[in-house]
Each structure stands twice: as structure tokens, then as C-alpha cells.
Design a protein around this ligand. Structure first.
Ligand code: GLA
Length: 405
């Protein structure tokens, strides 16, 4: 069933993968303790209050065989069973997410739901599942059969289960040729469009570049209750720097992506937590108009990404993918600002920078692998004030920014 705004939560795959060794590694294996601790950390860390609602199990939770035709949790790793886990999370106000696959087997070889849609959907509903990530490994009957079958079965349960589909991720690179109308019709509220994210800047950049190259096509299919999913947030992991984490968070906010954390919530740095909890960035991500933004300028080391917001404000990300500090210019005509002068706010610094007119060019020093995330809003003429942030300066009445397109 559809959710209106991009889902926010936490998922185990990025860090915990298919670690099923609960005797050697009890607090990091795919078992009930991990998800209970993540539920606690979600609450205690303030993530739940910030909007991250769901704790999701990924692959490898199942016993290797069905029992009487039904999926069961591995009894050693989930000794108290699914209902106890789901109740534990629900009692804390946390939603319960789970994973299955439309094929014969999951990607890691556990039983898939292909051919068992009705029984599995009923099982998930009985367990109090709120969110289902439905993968597409080991497809047998074709995605165009498997995904609608599960979508219909979930609807039949009468329970509001957010249906996250991996269908388009299995259809290659060309986003203009993917059957998004059929994916929506199948009941998918969000969909993994493309490759898995890995815990590295290179992998992150590949995904950002894909989103940039296909911004128009991807923006066209996003809407309230319909979200492109570029995959999990790496924020909070040591495999990327805090600047790189900021870059990911900014672009995920611009493109109206689900904010699904793929970290260890028990062990997140102060800076990464502050980033994940930045309410001004989250407000851009969760803007009710759900105009998915995208890359405005051509592919390059430095790029400008924008997202129009319901109020008429504009979110702007100045992204520097290059290896050295870049001075990035911003002119409000270039980002298609419709109003007069604009008040510019730095979202991560939580600071108003000043106002700018169509004749001005703002120049920002953006660190390598970093971003400046700005929110532009209409400024009354009298509010003009000089900028006061050391990392940028204002060039008054300079030449119009050259047309980049
Ligand atoms: C696929 C998905 C990943 C993860 C794994 C689990 O690769 O894209 O996100 O769910 O399967 O096996």
C-alpha cells in the first residue's frame, strides 16, 4: 500500500550482510538480538523522533526450508520468533520491516516467495510486518508476474504493508525504458532502480552519476507514494568521510530518495548522527510536493543539483566530486529561480547566508567530495544583507553565469 512521503528507516544489509554466525558473533549476526538493539538505538539516538520509522531485516533471516508450506525464521537465531520481535519493536513505536524475493530463492539462497505469494503475504501480515523489501534474484516467471502477484496478495491481507520492489534494478541501465507504470500498478511504493550500493565513495559516485544522467526520467516517475530508491545511506560508516556522507545525504534529499540507514546505529559518530538528524535537510527530503530533483548542470567534477519545494522554495546542492577544493558559482537565474531576490540558507551550517539577486553570483568554496546544500526562499527587498560566511563571497553585479546546457 502506498506511503505518501519517502520512507525513512534502518536496514541491516549494508553492515551486517549475511552474517549468520550467532555463536561467534552474537551481537552482529542476523538474529533477533541485532534487531532489538537497533530498535532501541533508533529510539535512544533520536532517529525515530526525526522520522526514521522502520527497522528492517534483510536477507538471511529464514530457516533453510519452509515448514508446512510457510516461511519460518531460523529458530536458533530468532528463538523467540517473529511475533515477539515485531511486538518488541511496535511497543517502542518502531515499524517492522522484512525481506523476501519474487523468485525461487533469495539472493543468498534462502526460500523465495515465488508461487507462495498469498501464504507469505498472510504470514507477514500475521507477524505484524509493516514494510516488505521484495528482491528479484532467481526469477522464474518474469518480474511482470511475480511483483504484481505479491502486490495483490499484500493488498488482500488488508494490512498496510509498504511494498518496496527491486524490479527495475534487474532491468539494466536505461531508466527511460523501464516499465514504471506497471511497477506502480503492481502496488510498489518504492523501487530500487539500479545497482547495490557498496561501502565506498566510488560506489556512491557511480550511483550519483547514474541519477544525474537519468534525472529527467527518474524525476518523471516520482510522486507522492512513488519513490525511486538509490539504495541505503552509508552515513555513519567509516568507509566514507563525513564530507562524503554529507554529499550522499544532500543528493538523497534532492532526489526525494527513501532515507534508509545502512550503518550500525549503536556506533555512529557525533558528526554523522547530527547529519542524519538534520531536520532542515530531512524537511527537503520529505517535502510534501515530492518533486524529485536532479542534476541541472552537465556531468562533471562539479555539478549543481536542484529540487523545487512546495512553498516555492528551491533546494540547491553544489556538489564537488573532484579531488581538490572547487570554487562553485551560483546565480539564481541559472537555477531557474522564479522570484526576485532570494534568501540563501546553508542547510548543514544552519545559517542564513544573505540575499542574492538575479545579477549576483555567489561563489562557494566546496571541499573535495563535499557539498553545499542550500535552501533558497523569497526575500523581501529590504532584507538584503551582506553575506558573512568565510567559505564563500559574493560577486556583485558580475556577468551572468554562462549557460551550461
Ligand atoms: C540484493 C539486494 C541487496 C540485498 C541483497 C541480499 O543484492 O539488492 O540490497 O538485499 O540482495 O542478498
Amino acid at each position: 500500500m502506498a506511503v505518501v512521503l519517502p520512507p525513512m528507516g534502518w536496514m541491516s544489509w549494508e553492515v551486517f550482510r549475511c552474517n549468520i554466525d550467532c555463536s561467534e558473533d552474537p551481537s552482529n549476526c542476523i538474529g533477533e538480538v541485532l534487531y532489538m538493539e537497533m530498535g532501541d538505538a533508533l529510539v535512544q539516538g533520536g532517529y525515530l523522533d526525526a522520522g526514521y520509522k522502520t527497522v528492517s531485516i534483510d536477507d538471511c533471516w529464514e530457516a533453510t526450508n519452509r515448514v508446512n508450506g510457510s516461511l519460518v525464521m531460523d529458530p536458533k537465531r530468532f528463538p523467540n520468533g517473529p511475533l515477539a520481535l515485531s511486538t518488541y519493536l511496535h511497543e517502542r513505536g518502531v515499524n517492522f520491516g522484512i525481506y523476501s524475493d519474487e523468485g525461487r530463492e533469495t539472493c543468498e539462497g534462502y526460500p523465495g516467495s515465488g508461487g507462495y505469494e498469498q501464504v507469505d503475504a498472510a504470514t507477514f501480515a500475521r507477524w505484524g510486518v509493516d514494510y516488505l523489501k521484495y528482491d528479484g534474484c532467481n526469477d522464474v516467471r518474469g518480474y511482470e508476474t511475480g511483483y504484481p502477484s505479491m502486490g495483490a496478495a499484500l493488498a488482500q491481507t488488508g494490512r498496510n504493508i509498504t511494498f518496496s520492489c527491486s524490479w527495475p534494478a534487474y532491468l539494466g541501465d536505461n531508466e527511460t525504458e523501464k516499465p514504471y507504470a506497471a511497477i506502480v500498478a503492481a502496488g510498489c511504493a518504492l523501487w530500487r532502480n539500479w545497482h547495490d550500493i557498496q561501502c565506498s565513495w566510488d560506489s556512491l559516485v557511480r550511483i550519483i552519476d547514474h541519477w544525474g544522467n537519468y534525472s529527467a526520467a527518474l524525476a518523471a516517475v516520482a510522486a507522492p507514494g512513488r519513490f525511486n530508491d538509490p539504495d541505503m545511506l552509508l552515513v555513519g560508516n567509516e568507509c566514507i568521510t563525513i564530507d562524503e556522507a554529507r554529499a550522499q545525504f544532500a543528493i538523497w534529499c534532492i532526489v526525494a530518495a527513501p532515507l534508509i540507514m545502512g550503518n550500525d546505529l549503536r556506533n555512529v559518530s557525533v558528526a554523522a548522527r547530527a547529519l542524519l538528524l538534520n531536520d532542515e535537510a530531512i524537511a527537503i527530503n520529505q517535502d510534501p510536493a515530492v518533486f524529485a530533483g536532479g542534476r541541472l548542470t552537465p556531468f562533471g567534477d562539479t555539478e549543481i543539483w536542484t529540487r523545487p519545494l512546495l512553498s516555492g522554495d528551491l533546494a540547491v546542492a553544489l556538489l564537488n566530486k573532484g579531488p581538490s577544493v572547487a570554487t562553485m558559482d551560483l546565480n539564481i537565474t541559472q537555477v531557474d529561480w522564479k522570484g526576485g531576490s532570494a534568501l540563501v540558507r546553508d542547510v548543514f551550517e544552519r545559517q542564513d547566508i544573505g540575499t542574492t539577486t538575479h545579477d549576483d553570483v555567489l561563489a562557494f568554496a566546496v571541499a573535495p567530495h563535499d557539498v553545499a546544500l542550500l535552501r533558497l526562499s523569497s526575500a523581501p527587498v529590504m532584507m538584503r544583507s551582506p553575506p558573512h560566511k568565510s567559505s564563500f563571497f559574493l560577486r556583485k553585479n558580475s556577468q551572468r553565469y554562462p549557460d551550461n546546457s
